[in-house]
Design a protein around this ligand. Structure first.
Ligand SMILES: N[C@@H](CCC(=O)N[C@@H](CS)C(=O)NCC(=O)O)C(=O)O
Length: 347
């Protein structure tokens, strides 16, 4: 009997040991290996945010965040179509990365200290610098957010928009009343149905909402910008092999713009250039790709298939789009033109 108990105990401990080792191996496995093995990338986005992530009647996604995910797929697989999009409500954003349901998150999310430290995320870079504003119906006759005394304001719960509005309200003693929603589509509908006097969000979010109104010219975005909103992409915390791939993919789009390389001229440049910086960037010289665990032409594939930063900006947010957000003179310009977009060195 004693022997039996010992045998059971030993098998139990062995099984426990094996399971622990397996769990450790999973925890230590980089998302890069998981993604490569799976054959596609899972990208976490939100409901719908015109210019950033939006789906058409054929189920085809487009937008700035969509292009960033497609660029990562192009870098890893040499094929931008190897990205799948999972649309989650705001409240599920963080857990979807922590649980492994998503490999990267790119959904108009602001990089903040608490999200970077206490939500299991590592933010990697900012792809759009924004700030929060207020929008009202023109016939309300309001020309400044400081006139919104006692106003009801539609806002998405859990967002920085909600917190900044509370600060602004307290600082200026406005007594505004937040009307909170956990679904952005319901929030927009409530505002357009006159259930709130104003709506508050990132200015890009307001432009997107306005573009979806039956009559956009009935609405006006007020002049105040009450916060800094650095819209940034993030991955699971403490996974630097994967973080490197995602952040250098974005850097490649910025670097390509600075080098004057785009999806249309890249083949010609590749076959004719004598510039060592460009050769290294395109992977025809050197072995930078090895450190990333990617093929030598990864940056070429990013630019050829998705484009440089200017191309993705113009296609999704530029003057010919529904948002018509002018890049000139903003922080979203390259550093060489006075903006904040600056790629670290490809060497
Ligand atoms: N950037 C802010 C606000 C986020 C937010 O409200 N996003 C807007 C667009 S700027 C939205 O409507 N998102 C829709 C969604 O993700 O479902 C934050 O990170 O908290």
């Amino acid at each position: 009997m004693k022997k039996m108990t010992r045998a059971v105990l030993i098998s139990f401990l062995t099984l426990f040991g094996i399971l622990t080792l397996q769990f450790q191996a999973f925890a230590e496995q980089s998302t890069l290996d998981i993604v490569k093995k799976r054959g596609y990338l899972n990208c976490i986005i939100g409901n719908s945010f015109v210019g950033f992530y939006t789906v058409d009647e054929k189920g085809e996604w487009s937008g700035m965040d969509i292009d960033i995910c497609r660029a990562v797929a192009a870098a890893v697989f040499g094929d931008k179509t190897k990205a799948k999009f999972k649309s989650v409500q705001w409240a599920q954003s963080f857990t979807s990365i922590k649980s492994g349901a998503g490999d990267m998150l790119s959904k108009g999310m602001t990089w903040t200290l608490s999200r970077d430290t206490a939500q299991g995320l590592d933010f990697l870079d900012t792809y759009f610098y924004d700030g929060q504003g207020f929008m009202v119906r023109k016939d309300l006759g309001v020309t400044s957010a400081l006139q919104l005394k006692g106003a009801t304001v539609c806002v998405l719960t859990g967002t920085s928009s909600e917190l900044n509005m509370t600060d602004f309200n307290r600082t200026h003693k406005l007594g505004m009343k937040p009307v909170v929603f956990d679904d952005s589509a319901v929030r927009n509908a409530a505002f357009f149905n006159n259930n709130c006097d104003a709506i508050t969000n990132d200015r890009s979010g307001l432009a997107a909402a306005r573009s979806s109104a039956a009559n956009p010219s009935d609405y006006v975005v007020l002049p105040e910008t009450i916060s800094k909103e650095a819209l940034s992409f993030a991955v699971r915390q403490n996974d630097s092999a994967w973080a490197n791939v995602v952040k250098w993919t974005f850097a490649a789009m910025v670097e390509a713009e600075e080098l004057g390389i785009n999806s249309r001229n890249i083949d010609k440049i590749k076959s004719t250039t004598k510039n060592p910086i460009v050769k290294r960037f395109l992977g025809t010289e050197g072995d930078l790709h090895k450190g990333l665990g990617l093929k030598s032409d990864w940056a070429y594939q990013v630019v050829k298939q998705v484009g440089n930063y200017a191309e993705i900006y113009d296609r999704n947010l530029g003057p010919d789009t529904a948002l018509a957000l002018d890049r000139k003179g903003t922080l979203n310009e390259l550093w060489t033109k006075g903006g904040l977009l600056y790629s670290k060195s490809f060497r």
